[in-house]
Design a binder for this molecule. Sequence first.
Ligand code: FES
Length: 89
Amino acid sequence: MSTFWFDGHEVPFRPGATIGAALLASGIRSWRTTRGQGRPRGVFCGIGVCFDCLATVDGRPNQRACLTPARDGMDVRSQEGTGHGEFAG
Ligand code: FES
């Protein structure tokens, strides 16, 4: 089974899975916090519409986890706000 990294932990996934599906299958339900109040977010719509599932993927912030295919060895990180480091809590 292939794996990717999520905040330093290995996450297994099946071929064809999205990042969001793999995270949910591993029991991880949130990986982003909102800009205003830092509330947790993860998959909501699951079809690319709501942007609740944003994550930083291989250094690129604001990638929709529900649409992004998982790849072996990729580096996925949870994201605060816009993912550009402006969120102070
Ligand atoms: S869960 Fe809505 S865009 Fe990904």
